[in-house]
Design a protein around this ligand. Structure first.
Ligand code: ATP
Ligand code: MG
Length: 349
């Protein structure tokens, strides 16, 4: 485990403590790219924590990061449909639009303008070192990294800092980006005076769920179990999940990552330790493991899926939520941008 991962885990544990002691003091922002429907990696990696923060009384900002779609691909695809689906997924999973501000960052100009001063605080070399940017370019098959992909961790700093969020529930892949946000906040504060908090990641017990092929589960990789799949589709997809040739099921994340990932998912759904699930399955093999996981996921997601179907019927519901969210985000972003301009001495009236 690297030192920076350990430090992130310690800060995440401190956030858990604040969640117990003083949840009302927390402000959360997190986001998803509208590149496809949400999957169980999102659910266990981030969404459960979003809902937990909301239920505890934290202030909730949920971003739909539409500009980020064109960081690693040329076209936006069905952006209207993807944004709608993401919004419905989040609400079906438990975000309450009366308590959470759900917004798309392309509709909030003042947020995007923060990118300009923030870009002056980072070097090209440090952007080029970001391991998540490199991984994303690799998975998208990109050989030459575009300007938006290179700078998107800085854009993400604008996403998080415009509302001065201090907690960001994310999966492990986002830690380098969050570190970049912390650096941007620190450098801005040093240069222009205390303005921004240095936000912390809130990590879940499953910070990196693997997909059906054994690599990180990602919307854009086609290796996912989507939240909106039917029970049959889920069982069918899981049948194709990669395991290994050893028939006896054991929980050994280092030596048997794919099997361990499936056991962890069962454990998260059923609330039973993964070692115990492995013992129970014993020499039942991959088939038994996958069948038990399909049942566990289908039970866990049944209420979400039912809510999702209801929400899909109401066509104006999502646009009303986004209109309200974008308006609120716009007001807060304007306020922060005014403060930034003031700190920088760029006020001319
Ligand atoms: P894409 O392939 O378009 O990048 P993605 O599946 O990686 O999609 P994002 O929208 O980039 O999803 O990520 C949204 C949030 O979900 C982030 O906080 C990210 O860390 C978390 N997340 C995504 N995939 C996983 C995963 N496999 N395990 C745990 N958390 C995840
Ligand atoms: Mg991603």
């Amino acid at each position: 485990m690297t030192d920076s991962y350990q430090a992130a885990l310690a800060r995440s544990a401190a956030i858990e403590q604040r969640l117990d002691d003083d949840p009302g003091s927390l402000r959360m922002l997190t986001g998803d790219r509208p590149t496809g429907a949400l999957h169980i990696g999102h659910y266990f990696g981030s969404i459960q924590n979003r809902v937990k923060l909301q239920q505890s009384g934290a202030e909730i900002w949920q971003l739909i990061a539409d500009y980020q779609v064109i960081t690693d691909r040329d076209m936006l695809g069905d952006i209207q449909g993807s944004v709608r689906n993401l919004t419905i997924d989040n609400i079906a999973a438990g975000l309450d639009p009366d308590r959470a501000t759900i917004f798309t960052h392309s509709a909030v100009p003042a947020l995007n303008q923060l990118l300009l001063p923030f870009l002056s605080l980072v070097s090209v070399a440090e952007l080029q070192r970001n391991p998540t940017v490199k991984d994303e370019a690799k998975s998208a098959g990109i050989t030459s990294i575009g300007g938006l992909l290179l700078t998107y961790p800085v854009h993400q700093a604008a996403d998080i800092l415009f509302c001065k969020a201090d907690v960001v529930p994310v999966g492990r892949d986002q830690l380098p980006h969050l570190e970049q946000t912390r650096v941007v906040a620190r450098r801005f504060n040093e240069r222009y005076g205390a303005t921004f908090p240095e936000p912390d990641a809130l990590l879940s017990d499953a910070p990196l769920i693997l997909g059906l092929d054994g690599t990180k589960m990602s919307k854009s990789k086609g290796n996912v179990i989507e939240l909106r799949m039917t029970a049959d589709e889920t069982a069918k997809k899981l049948k194709g999940a990669k395991t290994d040739s050893d028939r006896v099921i054991t929980y050994d994340p280092a030596a048997r990552p794919e099997v361990a990932n499936l056991l962890l998912l069962i454990s998260l759904c059923e609330g039973v330790a993964p070692e115990q699930v492995a013992d129970e399955i014993g020499d039942g093999g991959g088939g038994t493991l996958k069948k038990r996981l399909a049942d566990a996921i289908n039970t866990e997601l049944a209420p979400l899926r039912a809510r999702r179907l209801e929400l899909e019927q109401d066509t104006s519901y999502v646009s009303d939520i986004l209109r309200r969210g974008n308006e609120r985000a716009g007001e807060v972003a304007e306020r922060t941008l005014d403060e930034v301009r003031e700190r920088m001495g760029m006020v001319y009236t």
